[in-house]
Design a binder for this molecule. Structure first.
Ligand SMILES: Nc1ncnc2c1ncn2[C@@H]1O[C@H](COP(=O)(O)OP(=O)(O)OP(=O)(O)O)[C@@H](O)[C@H]1O
Ligand SMILES: [Mg+2]
Length: 787
C-alpha cells in the first residue's frame, strides 16, 4: 500500500483513499487529476472491491488506453471497465437494445452515414430548405438529443424557425434509424439515458453493478452524459469526478460546465478536493496560461503553483508567412535533435484546424523528420475502406439502408441511381429495409427488367456473403473482396506504389482485422469489430513511444503532455475562430482552447503567428490573435524581423473590423489558383460549409469556407468539379472578360463582349451573338475566352 501512496501529495492522497460517497476533484491542468483517478482505482482494488464493480469513463479512447496502462502497472491484470462514454453506452445498449426498439446487432452510423440518412429524412419530411440548411437541421436535432429532448417533447412548443423545421425532420430521421436498426453517435447516449430513465428496475440493477464510477474531464459532459452517470449513482452514490472548468472545450457539442459547477448541489454530501500544485510545466508557462485565462469572465479563479525550475521564457514568434513558420519550426526541431537536446517524440505541434498541418508536413518531410498526424478517423473515410465496411455493415445488419445504397452498385453492376431510388420508395412505402425491397424487385413495376435481374444477382451475392457472418473477420474480408468483384477494381490500381493506394489501404484493413481476430479469439465478432471502428476517435492512432513529432488539433491535445510544444496560427479568425465571434461565451471557449494548448507544454512553448498566410490557395494578410494581447508580453521572448514587428504593433492598435467574416477570396483580383480545403472540420458542424463530393474517388469533404465565400467560389468555378480538379484548376479571372473580348458559350456559340458592368458576383457582361445580345453574370456563366 505504501508504494501506491508514496508518490502523491497529501491532497492527492486524500482523494485516492476516499472510498465511499461522492467525490469532486476540482483542479487546474497538470495537477495530477488523471493520476488520482488511476491511483484511486488501484486503491479501490486493494480494498477488496471487485474489479467489475468499477467503471472509469473518459472522453477519448486514447485517454482510456492510457488509463488502462497506468492501472495495469499499479494493479496488474485487473478487469476494470475503462473506456469512453460512447463505448460504455454502445455496450449497454447492445444488451438492452430491445427496450428502445432496436435489435442487438444494431449498427452505429458514422458522421457520413448520418448525413445520408438526414438527407433522405429531410426529403421525406418535405420541408423547405430556404430557411435552414441540412447542417443546421442536423445540429438542431443533435442538440435536442444531447439535451434528452424527444421528438414528442417538441410537439406544440413554440420554436425558432430552424428548430421548427428540425422538429418536423426529427421524427422522420429517428424512424429511419429505427427501420435501419441503427443509431447515430448522439443516440448512443440518448438511448441509454432514456433506458435508465424509463426502466427503474434496470436502472437500479446497473446502479448496483457499477458501484464505483469515475469520470475524468467531467467538465466536458453534456446533459445526456450527466443524466447517465447520475442515474447510475443514486443508490450507490460513489461517483468520483475530476474536472477543470477552465478546460471545457466541447460547448459546441452540448457540454455544459454547469454539470461540474452544480456537482456540489447534486450531491450535498460531496467531498471536494482541490489540487493546487502543478507537476507538468515550468512557472514561465503557467504564468502565461494563468494571465490568459483570467480574461474569461465566467470562471472562478484558481491558484496554481509549481516547484518546477523556472525554465526558459515562452516564445512568441512572428513569421512573414505560413511557409516561413513551417520552415522555422522544422529547422528548430532538426537542430534540437542534431544537438542531442531532444528526440522527435518530445515535440508536438498544435493547430486550430486540421488543414493547417499541411505546410508543416511538407517542411518536416523535406528534412527527413518523422511525424504523425493524429486524425485516426481519416483512414476509415477512404473510399475503398468505406465500401468494404459498408459490405460488412450490411452482412451484420441487413436493415442498414445507407450501406445497401453504397454497395449495391459498387463495383459497378449496372444498377443505376434511378433503380436505387425505386427500391427506396418501395421500401419506404412498405416500411421495410431496402434489402428486403431488393428481394422483391420483381414486384416493383417501375424497375426495368434488366435492372430487376441485376438486383436479383446482387441479392444472391449478398446471401453468399452472409453465410460468412460468423467466420473470423479476416476470412470474411478476404472472401468479400473476391466475391464482390472488388479484387478486380483493386488490381487496376495495383501498379500504384503509393502508400495511400486503395490496395495498400485494403491491406491495412485486413491487417486490422487479423489483429482484431488475434485479440478477440473468443468473443470476436463482426458486431464488435464494427463497433470499434465506429467509435474510433481522433487520438487513437497516437503512439507515444514512437520517435515521431506529433501534430494535432488543440481539441485532440486535451489531457496529454509534451516536453516541447509549438502552437501555430495564433491569429485572428483562426483562434478565436471566425465562427465563434458573435457570441462572447464562444469566445471564452476559444480562450479555454488556447489555455488547454498552452498547458500541455512541460518545458518549452512557442506560440506563433504570421503576417500572411495561404488560405485556400489565396495568399492574404492576416491579423494576430487578440488573445496574444492578453498574455504577459513583457516576459515573453519575441522573435521577429523588423518588418514583422511593425506589422504586429500596428495591427494591435488598429480596431477590429465590424464584420468578423472570414476574409473572402477576391475572385476578381486573384490570379492565384483557387483551391478548396476539403478536410472536414469536425469541430464545428453547425457552420455553413462547402461540401465537395467527388463521386469517382469519394475524396469529398467539408471545408470551412463560409457561406458567402462558398457562393463566390462556386461561381468562380462555374460548377462543382471533382475535388482534385478544384485543387489544381485556375479559373479565368473575371477581369479578363473585357469589352471587345471574343468568348464562346455552350449554347449561343461565339460572340463579342459589348459592355461590362458591376463588380464581383454581380459583374455582368452584354455579349453579342449571331442571334442578338444576351446578358450574363460572369461569375455564373459558362463562358470561355477565345484567344
Ligand atoms: N505527486 C506527484 N508527483 C510527481 N509527479 C506527479 C504528481 N502528480 C502528478 N504528477 C505528474 O504530473 C503530470 C500531470 O498529471 P496529470 O496528467 O494527472 O494532470 P491532470 O490534472 O490530469 O492534467 P490535465 O488537466 O491537463 O488533464 C503527469 O506527468 C503526472 O505523472
Ligand atoms: Mg488529466
Amino acid at each position: 500500500m505504501a508504494g501506491l501512496l508514496d508518490q502523491l501529495t497529501q491532497p492527492q492522497r486524500d482523494a485516492v483513499t476516499h472510498v465511499d460517497g461522492p467525490l469532486l476533484i476540482l483542479a487546474g491542468p497538470g495537477s495530477g487529476k488523471t493520476r488520482v483517478v488511476t491511483h484511486r482505482i488501484a486503491h479501490l482494488l486493494e480494498q477488496g472491491i471487485p474489479a467489475w464493480q468499477i467503471a472509469a469513463l473518459t472522453f477519448t479512447n486514447k485517454a482510456a488506453e492510457e488509463m488502462g496502462h497506468r492501472v495495469n502497472a499499479l494493479a496488474p491484470g485487473a478487469k476494470v471497465w475503462m473506456g469512453t462514454f460512447h463505448r460504455f453506452c454502445a455496450q449497454l445498449l447492445r444488451r438492452h437494445a430491445a427496450l428502445v426498439g432496436l435489435a442487438e446487432n444494431y449498427s452505429i452510423y458514422d458522421t457520413s452515414d448520418s448525413k445520408q440518412a438526414m438527407k433522405h429524412a429531410i426529403a421525406a419530411a418535405g420541408v423547405s430548405l430556404t430557411h435552414a440548411s441540412p447542417e443546421k437541421i442536423a445540429s438542431s436535432i443533435s442538440r435536442s438529443k444531447n439535451r434528452l429532448v424527444t421528438p414528442e417533447m417538441l410537439q406544440g412548443q413554440s420554436l425558432g424557425p430552424v428548430e421548427a423545421i428540425a422538429a418536423k425532420v426529427y421524427p422522420v430521421y429517428q424512424q429511419h434509424l429505427l427501420t435501419a436498426n441503427a443509431v447515430d453517435f448522439d443516440d448512443l447516449l440518448f438511448h441509454v439515458a432514456n433506458l435508465l430513465r424509463y426502466n427503474p428496475e434496470l436502472r437500479s440493477d446497473l446502479d448496483a453493478k457499477f458501484r464505483y464510477i469515475l469520470v475524468d474531464e467531467y467538465q466536458d459532459t453534456n446533459l445526456a452524459q450527466y443524466a447517465i452517470v447520475r442515474a447510475l449513482s443514486i443508490d450507490h452514490p460513489n461517483l468520483a469526478v475530476t474536472g477543470d472548468p477552465d478546460q471545457s472545450i466541447y460547448g459546441w457539442r452540448g457540454a455544459d460546465i454547469k454539470n461540474i459547477l452544480d456537482f456540489e448541489k447534486d450531491y450535498p454530501s460531496v467531498t471536494t478536493v482541490r489540487l493546487e500544485q502543478n507537476y507538468r510545466s515550468t512557472p514561465n508557462i503557467l504564468r502565461v496560461a494563468d494571465q490568459l485565462i483570467r480574461h474569461n469572465r465566467r470562471r472562478k479563479q484558481k491558484n496554481l503553483f509549481t516547484d518546477n525550475p523556472e525554465g526558459q521564457p515562452v516564445v512568441l514568434r512572428i513569421f512573414e508567412s505560413g511557409f516561413d513558420e513551417a520552415d522555422g519550426i522544422a529547422d528548430d526541431i532538426v537542430n534540437a535533435i542534431a544537438r542531442g537536446d531532444a528526440t522527435a517524440n518530445d515535440f508536438a505541434i498544435f493547430c486550430r484546424i486540421n488543414a493547417m498541418t499541411r505546410s508543416l508536413e511538407h517542411a518536416l518531410r523535406n528534412r527527413g523528420v518523422p511525424y504523425q498526424i493524429i486524425n485516426g478517423v481519416e483512414f476509415y473515410q477512404r473510399k475503398e475502406i468505406k465500401d468494404l465496411l459498408a459490405y460488412l455493415h450490411l452482412i451484420n445488419n441487413p436493415c442498414h439502408d445507407v450501406a445497401l445504397a453504397r454497395v449495391i452498385n459498387t463495383p459497378t453492376r449496372g444498377i443505376g441511381a434511378k433503380s436505387i431510388e425505386h427500391l427506396r420508395s418501395f421500401a419506404e412505402l412498405n416500411r421495410i429495409p431496402m434489402l428486403e425491397a431488393a428481394r422483391r424487385a420483381s414486384e416493383i413495376r417501375e424497375l426495368a427488367k434488366r435492372s430487376a435481374t441485376m438486383i436479383a444477382k446482387f441479392v444472391s451475392l449478398y446471401d453468399r456473403l452472409a453465410t460468412k457472418a460468423t467466420a473470423p473477420l479476416e476470412e470474411i474480408l478476404r472472401f468479400l473482396v473476391t466475391e464482390s468483384g472488388y479484387a478486380t477494381y483493386l488490381e487496376n490500381s495495383a501498379n500504384d506504389q503509393d502508400e495511400n493506394s486503395p490496395l495498400a489501404n485494403v491491406d491495412e484493413l485486413i491487417t486490422a482485422a487479423v489483429e482484431f481476430d488475434r485479440r478477440h479469439p473468443d468473443d470476436g465478432s463482426l458486431d464488435a469489430f464494427l463497433e470499434q471502428v465506429a467509435l474510433v476517435s481522433d487520438t487513437d492512432a497516437f503512439e507515444e513511444s514512437s520517435e515521431r513529432v506529433t501534430m494535432m488539433t488543440l481539441h485532440a491535445s486535451k489531457g496529454l503532455e509534451f516536453p516541447r510544444v509549438f502552437l501555430i496560427g495564433v491569429e485572428d479568425d483562426m483562434l478565436p475562430h471566425a465562427r465563434s465571434k458573435e457570441d462572447e461565451s464562444q469566445v471564452e471557449e476559444e480562450r479555454r482552447l488556447l489555455f488547454v494548448g498552452i498547458t500541455r507544454a512541460k518545458e518549452f512553448l512557442q506560440l506563433s503567428c504570421c503576417k500572411r498566410r495561404s488560405i485556400r490557395g489565396d495568399f492574404r494578410p492576416v491579423i494576430p490573435s487578440p488573445f496574444l494581447n492578453e498574455l504577459p508580453l513583457q516576459e515573453i521572448e519575441r522573435i521577429e524581423t523588423k518588418v514583422a514587428r511593425d506589422w504586429f504593433n500596428e495591427d494591435f492598435d488598429q480596431s477590429y473590423p465590424d464584420s468578423w467574416d472570414l476574409p473572402e477570396i477576391d475572385v476578381e483580383q486573384s490570379t492565384a489558383p483557387l483551391s478548396v480545403a476539403i478536410e472536414p472540420d469536425e469541430f464545428n458542424q453547425d457552420v455553413p460549409s462547402v461540401e465537395l463530393t467527388d463521386d469517382s474517388t469519394d475524396t469529398g469533404g467539408t471545408s470551412s469556407v463560409q457561406e458567402k465565400g462558398k457562393k463566390r467560389l462556386i461561381s468562380a468555378l462555374g460548377s462543382l468539379k471533382t475535388a482534385s480538379d478544384l485543387l489544381t484548376e485556375t479559373p479565368t479571372p473575371l477581369t479578363a472578360y473585357r469589352e471587345g473580348a471574343q468568348v464562346r458559350h455552350q449554347q449561343y456559340g461565339e460572340g463579342t463582349i459589348v459592355s461590362v458592368t458591376g463588380r464581383g458576383p454581380k459583374r455582368t457582361a452584354t455579349i453579342r451573338f449571331d442571334d442578338g445580345d444576351h446578358n450574363f453574370r460572369l461569375a455564373f456563366a459558362k463562358l470561355e475566352l477565345v484567344q
